[in-house]
Design a protein around this ligand. Structure first.
Ligand SMILES: [Zn+2]
Length: 298
């Protein structure tokens, strides 16, 4: 099977923890072969488990999005692969004006989202073309069989000037390390290299603006969290990234024109490692979302 990213042939074939994979001879992309059509769909055993782990992280992430100008009070947001909706449930507490739609392939999860009151679609075709200021693809791309076609399609659902926020794990670092967490999830299909991800964005004619990966990690203690972030940054520089986090825009010119003037740090945020995170220093009160206690600064 040819590379799903650059269509070049593979030159290596081996087994990882849950699937057999091939490795592209040109871009190094690693991809699962001979998997079932619904292999990427992940089930949701406990709808509150992710909220318990990531509730406080979600606060930082949402504030980061606001600071960047990715989300405003009345933004229209589409969350593709929303899972248990733990980010959306955090968002409704912090920013009740955001108009949320979500798409989730797992039936149990999508019924749960509907029960939580979210506008939930089963497929992308049910969403509104050109209808969203912001789209979330969080830990999603690695579950798809054809991510290039998917990105070409989903970008049509962005408003002019809209942005996609994504995160996805790397499958092989620049230094050749494949001892990575992405292989511990049985539903993963795509295992990126930095090169294959760059080609992927170029194929879909989109530009990737990396963010500090720290915005995606839970941080129980400020000092330890900052030390880990510093260590992660140094390791990424030497060995290559292990996790890709950032925004996708249709093109650079468009992105610059559409960013709100009020987000003075927006351009600075585009540069990796430049994100200020003053909210880490705040004492956060505890709120309850869906029976789960989460530290929130409302
Ligand atoms: Zn390739």
């Amino acid at each position: 099977m040819d590379c799903p990213i650059c269509a070049k042939p593979s030159n290596d074939k081996f087994a990882v923890k849950y699937v057999n994979v091939e490795k592209c001879s040109a871009c190094g992309h690693i991809y699962a072969v001979d998997v079932a059509i619904d292999h990427g769909v992940q089930e949701m055993p406990d709808p509150n488990a992710m909220l318990r782990t990531y509730g406080t992280r979600n606060l930082r992430l949402i504030k980061f999005w606001c600071k960047f100008g990715f989300l405003g009070d009345n933004s229209r947001l589409l969350d593709f692969g929303a899972g248990s909706g733990h980010i959306l449930r955090s968002l409704t507490v912090l920013m009740p004006g955001v108009r949320i739609s979500c798409i989730e392939a797992d039936l149990t999860a999508s019924n749960f989202l509907k029960a939580q009151g979210f506008m939930t679609h089963n497929t992308l075709s049910e969403a509104t073309l050109g209808g969203y200021d912001a789209i979330l693809l969080i830990e999603l791309l690695e579950h798809l069989r054809d991510p290039v076609s998917f990105l070409m399609e989903i970008k049509k659902y962005l408003q002019p000037g809209g942005l996609i926020f994504l995160s996805t794990p790397i499958g092989e670092t620049r230094s050749g390390n494949r001892n990575l967490l992405t292989y511990d999830t049985s539903e993963h299909i795509q295992f990126w290299t930095e090169r294959s991800f760059a080609l992927f964005c170029a194929q879909a004619r989109m530009i990737f603006h990396p963010c500090p990966p720290g915005v995606m990690y839970p941080m129980s203690n400020l000092l330890i969290g900052l030390m880990r972030e510093a260590a992660r940054t140094i390791r990424d520089k030497i060995q290559g990234k292990r996790h890709l986090v950032g925004f996708l825009s249709i093109d650079q010119e468009n992105l610059c024109r559409e960013l709100p003037q009020s987000t003075s740090n927006a351009q600075a945020c585009l540069q990796e490692g430049s994100l200020a995170q003053p909210w880490h220093r705040q004492q956060l009160p505890i709120h309850t979302i869906g029976g789960v206690s989460v530290r929130f600064n409302k």
